[in-house]
Design a protein around this ligand. Structure first.
Ligand code: ZN
Length: 407
């Protein structure tokens, strides 16, 4: 099951009735939180039992389903609070949770959505509905026009609205080729193998590391300049962080889209290293420079998009992948420069070598669809560039022209 949340901005200001409903919802949530804290319960049903009757008497007109949703939000808040308490060290204190932000949630039975017109019909109480017109872009149309995406819950905020869409993922295709990728700071490097041919491939994104560096420097400078005003520093740094995040995210999506459209055309399975177990280095500066975040995020994006397209993803343990020789199987004691060299005579770009090892791990477990490949073949072929920053400027929807990429 794929779940996507789409943010819609409102075409006109929120009707006052909807605002009152949000306020009531917030009060209901906070009351349920208080009751839950007192009674030591966190489940939605328990909260309903505790708070429903009292609240119903005070607000007899509120639509019952909205009330239940408010309790569900409260249950989530209480669970988070409980988790935080568990992690607390002695002497630390946490304030009891309280919702200040105006928001409300509605389950999919509790609202109607005219997907063609982009209008949400929200019941306030018996006999009173409000219509909320949304700003609909081309991006939203992908979800709205495709009936396979069914509606999930809706979250209303003063200036926008978030709709969850759900879809059953298509069955993944039986792979006719394999794309094995080693994830690095500035590129994905790998090999592409199909019946009768094999290529070294690369998707380059040096701009991401540059953006991270630039924002990091700017944050450092801000901290120094405004060192006497910590609150301003924090606000400015947060803003910097958000900007950086958006800029990096945008590029990660482009890289992922290019790789996936290639894999779709070639009916490939994608082999990635399993990054879950990799820990940060101790050195603080190295730690930031080699921040794992963009790489994990890139994997996350590739994985969920692949699920949508029915592209199988194979994750393998990356241990020794950068130090092993795929020909003779010897593990080197230390990592080398840009070129991997072995006593047996094998030499290869370090990153490409790692991806060959990933592919070997996958195929030794029978995960790569029984494709045979000869590591020696990668040495002679030219590098196939799947993505480079210049492609971001192109107008093709997936940032890649098919000729020139497929050999
Ligand atoms: Zn060797």
């Amino acid at each position: 099951m794929s779940i996507r949340s789409a943010i819609f901005y409102l075409d006109s200001p929120l009707p006052p009735e909807a605002k009152f409903l949000m306020e009531d919802s917030r009060i209901a949530t906070n009351e349920a939180v208080r009751a839950g804290l007192q009674a030591g319960v966190t489940s939605r049903n328990a909260l309903c039992k505790l708070a429903y009757k009292d609240f119903r008497e005070e607000h007899p007109n509120m639509y019952a389903q909205h009330l239940v949703s408010a309790f569900e939000v409260a249950a989530g808040i209480l669970k988070n609070h409980r988790r935080r308490l568990k992690r607390l060290r002695t002497g630390q204190a946490v304030r009891p949770p309280y919702v200040r932000r105006l928001m409300m949630k509605a389950e999919n039975q509790a609202y109607k959505f005219d997907r063609k017109e982009g209008v949400v019909d929200l019941p306030i109480r018996a006999g009173l509905h409000v219509k909320i017109k949304l700003v609909v872009s081309q991006y939203h149309r992908c979800y709205l026009d495709d009936e396979a995406w069914s509606l999930g819950s809706l979250t209303l905020l003063p200036d926008r609205l978030v709709v969850a869409f759900r879809r059953i993922s298509p069955k993944s295709h039986a792979p006719k080729s394999v794309l094995s990728l080693d994830t690095n700071e500035r590129s994905l490097d790998g090999v592409f193998v199909r019946e009768g041919s094999s290529n070294a491939v690369r998707a380059e994104f040096p701009d991401i590391a540059i953006i991270q560096q630039r924002h990091h420097d700017r944050r450092k400078r801000l901290q120094k300049k405004k060192s006497n005003d910590r609150r301003t520093t924090r606000t400015l740094c947060r803003r910097e962080g958000r900007r950086e995040h958006h800029r990096v995210e945008y590029r990660l999506h482009q890289v992922a889209n290019t790789i996936l459209s290639f894999a779709k055309i070639q009916e490939s399975a994608i082999v990635l290293e399993d990054l879950a177990g990799i820990k940060h280095k101790k050195n603080k500066d190295m730690n930031r420079r080699l921040s794992m975040w963009p790489r994990r995020e890139l994997h996350r994006i590739i994985e969920y998009k692949a699920e949508d397209d029915g592209i199988p993803i194979i994750k393998v343990d990356p241990r020794y992948s950068s130090r092993k020789c795929p020909i003779c199987g010897i593990t080197q004691h230390s990592r080398m420069g840009t070129e991997f060299e072995c006593e047996c005579g094998w030499h290869m770009d370090r990153h490409i070598n790692a991806s060959i090892n990933l592919l070997q791990t996958a195929s030794s477990k029978g995960l790569a669809g029984g494709l045979r490949f000869d590591p020696g073949a990668f040495r002679h072929d030219a590098m196939m560039i799947l993505y480079e920053p210049a492609m971001a400027a192109r107008s093709e929807p997936n940032g890649m022209s098919e000729e020139g990429v497929v050999p």
